[in-house]
Ligand binder design. Sequence first.
Ligand code: SF4
Length: 94
Amino acid sequence: MKDQFTSRRQFLRRSGAAIAFIPVAALTGNAFAAINPGMRTSMKYQDTPLGDKDCSNCIQFVPGKTAKDLGGCKLFPGDTEISPKAYCAAWVKK
Ligand code: SF4
């Protein structure tokens, strides 16, 4: 009988993929919240604006229910915790 994970490398690759999308639900109690730490790091995401540049005036931002609620970003798949007052290196004026 063949093992589900045919190699140690394959097991580690799958484990890493599972960890890449750490559900924030365990931390915040929000059942649908999640972050994308890989994209946040690579795009130098920060929770504060850079001057007058922030997510709320970026073309990539997907707003939450209200203007102050957390939303998403078209460039950060699976991330539902993007602050409208945050900023990253991929900012483009709306
Ligand atoms: S690209 Fe960056 S600045 Fe623009 S919405 Fe996404 S996280 Fe915010």
